[in-house]
Design a protein around this ligand. Structure first.
Ligand SMILES: C[S@@+](CC[C@H](N)C(=O)[O-])C[C@H]1O[C@@H](n2cnc3c(N)ncnc32)[C@H](O)[C@@H]1O
Length: 277
């Protein structure tokens, strides 16, 4: 059964702006995108000091080295989506990044050349590991976004209605039947115009997939968790499953600068799936 552990206090730190507030507090800035990204990275990592040295170093390393986070902002993958569900959220980095984006936009520090800044108004993170949930809560409790973290197994956790579901590097931890069952529930939670961002390893790229698995095991061990078995699919198989569930799918390679076989699947709900309009 789901165990709701934590909810942010909603307290707004000095200078912070409510997530979801209009970005009209400042015009888009001509700041160079690299500088803008570095500032976002610093701002999104800073709250993790409250969760200890490991949490802070992990946040900076992950946000700084994993191309998916900056990529999602530059392409506008998160733009215009108010209710965000992050499944397998780890220590909740996406919540902190969303807050940093809202703050930057409100203060006129959003790069003019990027799509509209994300303006999440609600964030729910589901995570199996209590230690990660504790770190997420310690870091993000004061954010205006007031992220909610649920310590639960995604296979049983209740999924709230949402506009955007993000699942990064998580589904391979459960077997194929459980993957399909969860994605069907995600499709229902998203409704007619929702979007799923799903990052997976492409099993057709044997060498890259093996590299991802190796690093995954290492990071799992360093974070103090037991290394579980994993279940992969090729990108073609992921695409077929998602299309069958009522998504239109684009596949974006997400391994530039890394030895991995990661692919980000942008899956938009198709109206033909029988949702209410
Ligand atoms: C590789 S980490 C990715 C974390 C986060 N999505 C990110 O990109 O920073 C995978 C996460 O999925 C979580 N996880 C694995 N199996 C899970 C399950 N059955 N239910 C919920 N979370 C799970 C792990 O505990 C871990 O935090």
């Amino acid at each position: 059964m789901s165990r709701e552990l934590a909810r942010g206090s909603g307290e707004t730190p000095p200078g912070a702006h409510a997530a979801g507030a209009p970005a009209s507090g400042g015009a888009a800035h001509s700041q160079h995108p690299d500088a803008a990204w570095r500032a976002l990275l610093e701002r999104a990592s800073a709250p993790y000091r409250a969760a200890g040295r490991f949490a802070w170093h992990f946040a900076r390393g992950k946000l700084g080295r994993d191309p998916v986070f900056r990529g999602m902002l530059q392409r506008g993958d998160l733009s215009g989506r108010k209710r965000v569900l992050d499944i397998g959220c780890g220590q909740g980095l996406l919540a902190s990044l969303l807050q940093a984006c809202a703050d930057a936009a409100a203060q006129g520090r959003w790069p003019a050349g990027w799509p509209e800044a994300p303006r999440a108004a609600q964030y729910t993170g589901i995570e199996l590991m209590a230690r990660d949930v504790a770190r997420a809560q310690a870091a993000t409790a004061a954010l205006a976004l007031a992220p909610r973290f649920v310590c639960a197994d995604m296979r049983q956790a209740e999924l709230p209605d949402c506009d955007l579901v993000v699942i990064l590097d998580v589904l391979h931890y459960v077997d194929h039947a459980a993957q399909a069952a969860l994605l069907a529930r995600v499709r229902t939670a998203l409704g007619a115009r929702g979007r799923l961002l799903l990052r997976v390893g492409d099993m057709d790229d044997a060498r890259g997939f093996a590299a991802s698995q190796w690093v995954d095991r290492l990071v799992t061990t360093v974070r103090g968790h037991r290394v579980p078995p994993t279940w992969g699919r090729s990108v073609a198989q992921w695409r077929e499953l998602l299309q069958h569930l009522g998504f239109a799918v684009q596949a974006l390679p997400m391994s530039r600068g890394t030895p991995f076989a990661n692919v980000l699947l942008l899956a938009d709900a198709t109206a033909s799936h029988g949702d209410a309009a």
